[in-house]
Design a protein around this ligand. Sequence first.
Ligand code: FAD
Length: 116
Amino acid sequence: VPPPNCPADVEQLGRATWTFLHTTAAYYPERPTLNQRANMLGLLNALPSLYPCSHCASHLAGNMKDHPPDVSGRVALSRWLCERHNDVNERLGKDKFDCAKTDERWKDGPNDGTCD
Ligand code: FAD
């Protein structure tokens, strides 16, 4: 693991980005306004053009063409994002994440209170 004051590598950048995206989806409104939907769509659509890992960005572009973002509400958005992350996990040979556990992981924490 590189020292914390070094520029982010692909792995660190990935972890930080997934943390931001999953957490933002977990707190996205269940009934977003038109403005919130448009802003979320803008945020997600910017990634294939701006994400600073070019091969990651081009994979994401292809994936988002096949699976356009669902910004209709927090549950749908969280599920869509979990599936996109699982597509990356699969491509990298990592385990798939159980999308039923998205809120527990990114919003509520486990029932045993270890994160409270
Ligand atoms: P991460 O995959 O970063 O996950 C962080 C945490 O999220 C996990 O510990 C787990 O608790 C949770 N989690 C895992 N899967 C899910 C899920 N499906 N839904 C919700 N939570 C989940 N790396 C490459 O080498 N090549 C690429 O092409 C590539 N493309 C990427 C594209 C994007 C858009 C992003 C954001 C990252 C990409 N990465 C890529 C980085 C890669 O996805 C990982 O972030 C990195 O390898 C570090 O992995 P990690 O095992 O620490 O956990």
